[in-house]
Design a protein around this ligand. Sequence first.
Ligand SMILES: N[C@@H](CCC(=O)N[C@@H](CS)C(=O)NCC(=O)O)C(=O)O
Length: 215
Amino acid sequence: MIELYSLEVSTYSAKVRIALGLKNIACKILPPPGGYSTQEYMQLVPTGTIPALHVDGHYFSESDVIMEYLEEAYPQTPLLPEDHLLRAQHRFLARYHDLWLEPHLRRTFEHVDPKTRDSDALNQHLDKFEERLQKLETLFSAKPFMLGKTMGYADCAFAATIELADILLPVFGRQFTLGKNLTLWRDAVQNNPVAKEVTDQSRAATIEWLQSGGG
Ligand SMILES: N[C@@H](CCC(=O)N[C@@H](CS)C(=O)NCC(=O)O)C(=O)O
């Protein structure tokens, strides 16, 4: 059976776990051996990041690479449509998440503890995140999912990150507001039992992490 190295607190892992659930793929979910970024784990997964997939002695990371592998190796319940242009739109939105939006939220983690907070650096990332969230509102038109009537590749990318922003922005005194499009989309995602279960676990793990001081 394939194995996914993942932690509930990880939004990139949540993306892949939602895809596994939607496609009903049998997969063992495990924490990274030794913890992420450790020498022990990097012997298996050179980047040291989660998620990573283990298939027959082969290990690879990068959530979008794993998503593409799952799509090709398990064609049931496709998360990418047949139409080439729509496929490109899904991939664009998923890249927008990974390269343009989420990294600014991630860069706030180091400022959770007020004792070590650099307010200027923090505010720059919060401003960028909010700006790019507003832009995301204009990049699709909820159907109710980003590009269609069923959950797809693009939707998996944002599901846990939006829930993380809902929890994290108020910690820094910022308001979490979504436009009409993203609100419709978020409701649809939260009505999907697979996405709800994964994002609920991710929310609970994030709250626990914050309560422990966010270190
Ligand atoms: N681009 C990577 C990002 C993955 C990532 O940053 N994962 C975090 C956890 S959510 C991680 O493993 N951090 C450990 C590190 O950066 O060393 C992907 O899409 O898989």
